[in-house]
Design a binder for this molecule. Structure first.
Ligand code: C2E
Ligand code: CA
Ligand code: CA
Ligand code: CA
Length: 281
């Protein structure tokens, strides 16, 4: 369905009609989900590629729907973004992840070098209130800002660069780490990139998928790693699924990685247990 704005959809034919109704249904249900705590945060390990050590987790939200089961963020984040629900949803993920990290710190299961990386949406990056909310959560949890990392997609940065730069600078001043997500999939001009205060660059999984057994062509991955080096950013490759991809990335000096080869996103307790049983710790 083609969205026209809040709650209004073009209905072209009978199949579209069904799609429109489902989206409206999903909207209503999403409001309920946030109120009734049907959302849950999963954690995917981020590892140092040449040692295998788990240094942090990326927080990825899921919707534990009472009848439809576990729903992927890909099917509700875009809707939440469109209807403005992404602000409370995003705030909830941030709060949940920081409280979880604090709990693990108190239990002495992680030290101060371990970080949680939380995704920010385009809309969150257009409101200065974001910084106030981050302050509130840091205050509440007393986690050190260095333990929090925020991931911003290339397209979110380019939506309104001056505002994004202002928000990122405020976050950076607090010591929060900032990363660009899905790098290479948006339309940012390379000459613009150095205006954003960013610490890490995440290579989108579509580029990692280009590395395969059957060919020696590494696609754009070496180029992207070079760009990160020139901009003095550390690099994380996401979506690593094969040993070939892993080995090639190590050979290219890519420091960090994430993917099913190491672990899928896991529920909190499972994730921390995996982290603690990791033989490379
Ligand atoms: P993303 O930020 O690019 O997250 C990476 C996605 O790749 C995750 O999908 C993760 O489960 C998946 N992934 C990790 N390793 C592999 C792999 O080896 N192979 C493959 N094929 N996939 C892998 P997920 O959890 O379904 O999330 C999808 C997207 O939804 C995220 O993409 C992000 O854009 C968005 N999202 C998830 N949680 C949040 C959130 O709390 N806030 C916001 N704003 N967006 C979120
Ligand atoms: Ca991400
Ligand atoms: Ca990504
Ligand atoms: Ca992505």
């Amino acid at each position: 369905a083609k969205a026209l704005g809040r709650g209004r959809y073009h209905i072209f034919d009978s199949t579209m009609h069904v799609a429109a109704i489902n989206i409206l249904e999903l909207e209503t249900e999403l409001h309920r989900a946030i109120k009734q705590e049907e959302l849950v945060v999963y954690y995917q390990p981020i590892v140092v590629l040449n040692t295998g050590k788990i240094v942090g987790f990326e927080a990825l939200v899921r919707w534990q729907h009472p009848t439809r089961g576990l729903i992927s963020p890909q099917s509700f984040i875009p809707i939440a973004e469109e209807i403005g629900l992404i602000i409370p949803l995003g705030n909830w993920v941030l709060s949940q992840s920081c409280h979880q990290l604090r709990k693990w710190q108190r239990e002495n299961r992680v030290d101060d070098s371990f970080f949680i990386s939380v995704n920010l949406s385009t809309r969150q990056l257009t409101q200065l209130d974001l910084v106030k909310y981050v302050d509130k959560i840091l205050d509440e949890t007393e986690i050190s800002p260095q333990c929090l990392k925020l991931e911003i997609t290339e397209s979110a940065l380019m939506e309104n660069p001056p505002v994004a730069i202002e928000i990122l600078q405020s976050l950076r001043r607090r010591g929060i780490q900032l990363g660009i997500d899905d790098f290479g999939t948006g339309y940012s001009s390379l000459s613009y990139l150095h205006y954003f205060p960013l610490d890490t660059l995440k290579i989108d999984q579509s580029f990692v998928k280009q590395i395969d057994e059957r060919s020696t062509d590494l696609g754009l991955v070496p180029v992207i790693i070079n760009i990160a080096e020139i901009l003095k950013m550390s690099v994380i490759a996401e979506g690593i699924e094969t040993v070939t991809q892993f080995k090639q990335l190590v050979a290219l000096n890519c420091q960090f990685g994430q993917g099913y080869l190491f672990s899928p996103p896991l529920a909190g307790e499972e994730a921390i247990k995996l982290m603690l049983s990791n033989e490379y710790q």
